[in-house]
Ligand binder design. Structure first.
Ligand code: 5RP
Length: 232
């Protein structure tokens, strides 16, 4: 296993220590979260815990089932104890860009239903400023793709429709929408950009997560660092 996989695994293990008996947990998506779900399944088995989770994607749902994590919904549990999720970039204020796995809309809904949000990542995800060499994934209604693209270009963005790898045509999200990966360059004001984007008709959600993460576990070559001071 290369150092990044080890780093992701260790960061994930730290996050899972926050889970307590009876918790309802938001289950994020991505390769780092996959390690967290393995670890959570192990704790459930070994400590005989009663934990259930709200998956943020088909990937998270299948991983939950494989790891014997009971699955529930926001209808049954509108308030979650905590969510563990990954990120594509994390800045010094713990703002993140998410959505390279295409699950950003459900991830944001689940994060906003959580008392505590924990991000797990390896240290290559840490940046001074979001958007430097990372596009912002934006989920868009298929009906609205062309006007949204025109709007994004007017705002100085360079949008690319995300293409599927093993199917012809665009990626279709778990919500039946398309993803535009938009290069804005370095983003000086993530909150302002996020607000402006949410005002564009046809944009369902953006991968800019501003002020949402409480704790970030960052895996390095040897260590795991905790960023954020929220006590839960
Ligand atoms: C999916 C996400 C993921 O959490 C993000 O892409 C990080 O994934 P990974 O842990 O595989 O690097 O936002 O929509």
């Amino acid at each position: 296993m290369d150092w990044r996989e080890n780093a992701k695994k260790r960061a994930a293990a730290h996050a899972v220590r926050h889970v307590e008996e009876g918790f309802v947990v938001g289950l994020g998506s991505g390769t780092t979260v996959a390690y967290a779900l393995q670890e959570l399944g192990k704790r459930i088995r070994e400590e005989n815990l009663c934990i259930c989770g709200v998956p943020t994607s088909s990937q998270a749902f299948l991983l939950a089932v494989q790891n014997n994590i009971l699955v529930t919904t926001l209808d049954e549990h509108p308030l979650l104890n905590l969510t563990i999720d990954g990120a594509d970039q994390v800045d010094e204020k713990l703002n993140t860009i998410k959505g390279m796995g295409g699950a950003l809309t459900r991830e944001k809904i689940v994060a906003s239903a959580s008392k505590v949000n924990i991000i797990v990542a390896d240290e290559t995800k840490l940046v001074k400023i979001l958007g430097d060499s990372q596009s912002v994934p934006i989920e868009v209604l298929p009906f609205a793709v062309s006007p949204v693209v025109a709007n994004l270009k007017k705002m100085g963005g360079a949008p690319t429709l995300r293409e599927a790898k093993k199917k012809l045509g665009p990626v279709v999200t778990d919500n039946g929408n398309f993803i535009l990966d938009v290069n804005f360059g370095p983003i000086e004001d993530p909150a302002g950009l996020s607000q402006t984007l949410k005002g564009v008709p046809g944009i369902v959600e953006t991968g800019l997560f501003v002020g949402m993460a409480d704790i970030v576990y960052v895996g390095g070559k040897e260590t795991v660092r905790r960023l954020g001071s929220k006590a839960e």
